[in-house]
Design a protein around this ligand. Sequence first.
Ligand code: MSP
Length: 649
Amino acid sequence: MKFYVTTPIYYVNDEPTVGHAYSTVACDVLARYHRLRGDDVLFTTGTDENALKVLRAAEAQGLAVRPFADKMADRFRQQWLALNIAYDDFIRTTAERHRRAVQRFFEGLYEKGDLYLGKYEGWYCVSDETYFREEELVDGRCPNPECAKKVEWMSEPAHFFRLSKYQQPLLDYIEQNPGWLLPEFRKNEVVNFIRGGLKDVCVSRRSEWGIPLPPSIPGSEGTVVYVWADALVNYLTCAGYPDDEERLQNYWPADVHVVGKDIFVRFHATLWPAMLMSAGLALPKRIVAHGWWTLGGKKISKSRGGAIPRPGPVRDMIMQETGCTAGRAVDALRYYILREVPFGQDGEFSEETLLVRYSDDLANDLGNLLHRLLPMIARYRQGRIPKPTDPDPDLHPAALAAVRGWEKAVEALDFRAGLAAIWGFLAAANRYIDHKAPWSLAKAGDDALLDHVLYSAAEAIRIAAVLIAPVMPDTASEIESQLGLRDWQRTWSQASEWGLLSEGQQTGRPVPLFPQAEPQKRAKTRARASAAASTPEETKMISIKEFQKLDLRVGEIVGAEAVPNADKLLKLTVDIGGEQRTMVAGIAVCYRPEELVGKKAVVVANLEPATIRGVRSEGMILAGSVEGDEKTVSIVAPERPLPNGARVS
Ligand code: MSP
């Protein structure tokens, strides 16, 4: 099966950030996973160079635009190399093959009658490279809140693409193809945007920098293709359009376009499919929008200035803090950006949380698993893999569950869940060693069982290496080499098999995969991470385990009185089932004490006591309100009668 996956192509006005690395790593993981499955993979990335902002960035550095673009495209290539990104094709929009593709594509639009000459009068945001109508501006500036830059007035003859014609076909297509646009909530944004009315868009500009409109199109002289219309066509160029019909047949349509949410609605989910419809070409099978990595709640952006997290320096920081190798630090970064937040959501980037993941998930769960096993094989079996035994029912099902968990999650582009499934298996493997206690078996001289346990644990690690390989290729190879697998051809199906390690195989020298920083350093990191986590973040996620730490119960308010000198506070006595607690609640604006007595409410029963205005509060009653409007406070109560002390979960 073929699998064609694309990253956005990045503007070369500055160097890549961790934000760009996010899209690129996600695609690399998909590509590596499909290669492991034996698919014929085409994974493309590249640079978007024909933009006005690239021209301006070159000017600002006093450089001619071409050498500037060459230099920057190289920087992107180097960064991706450093991150172990195994793309198949790197497209630059200044390349000759792309010029041919764009010009042929535009001839097609023109022949279809979807391109016409008009006059463009309106606003242009150079930073976003987007045309805006007057009414779309916010305070006369770019309406994208992350940009909000000054817009420029443009008035010139220009070519328009009949986007309006595709309003209904696009809506129909979206309806008939569930799962085409992901995640679902962003699909709704697209539908609303299209329903709001699609106007024809300007797709040419009078400029010297860019791909000239084909001469066969009237009025093309002195004009270049609008940078977005040019950039989107890169996905076709990489698939062989227009010259290599066979390649195009094989790879087009793309299986997945991965993009950030900023370029999803207007460009990838609207303009691009409309242009493809016009050209009579198939639409990409899926278009997926991920959220942003933020810093201080704001999108990490190269034009924002300040200390921007960039892939190289972040890798170096990990090496410095932990003493691990470059390959392992890269893997840690790749793991972190896919594990930390759900793919569609924003996530706050923090070196501290990254180092905590390193320590907990990589050093402890994964690294230790290998590192406790190999010395035992060395000690009890002279470093040789024992005789293969049947799959252990205490371990093998967990491996199969992880394989299925990853497959299912990746199909839904949910890397976080996929990794959680794999880590569930690692936990099971660690528990297996704990429970089977090979050291006791050795002491008791139970050789047969010891062989079985050592072999099974080694198989578990071999399987783990396959599972993590798409995300952490360097670590996977290191594990295989420590297990003594030489010239090993890794495939995905090996993850579901058992008994592939051969008897007598000499294991390699055990070297810690993920060395731990000293305990003092680790403690500091944790303290910083929890401080970072306590700053408000709109999308901070917690695990079910963390949620279960809350002891939520049904309580009955049996007494209520005002707190002296505190207008908003009430002192409540709450019966939580055989126990009465005092709780201070900020609900006096909405409730009088007398109306509260007898009411039920959900309370947090295991909150650390605190003294508020001289009153010791031993819990908290839950209440909701419309944000910013304290007059709307409403106590949260069970919908049907429940006894005092009933658990809420
Ligand atoms: N050149 C256009 C894309 C054309 S695609 C046909 C462009 N380039 S960009 O350099 O601005 O990069 C945009 C992409 O980089 C985003 O869509 C996203 O995939 C990624 N990211 C850049 N910063 C990001 C974050 N802070 N967080 C997550 N991803 C972000 O737009």
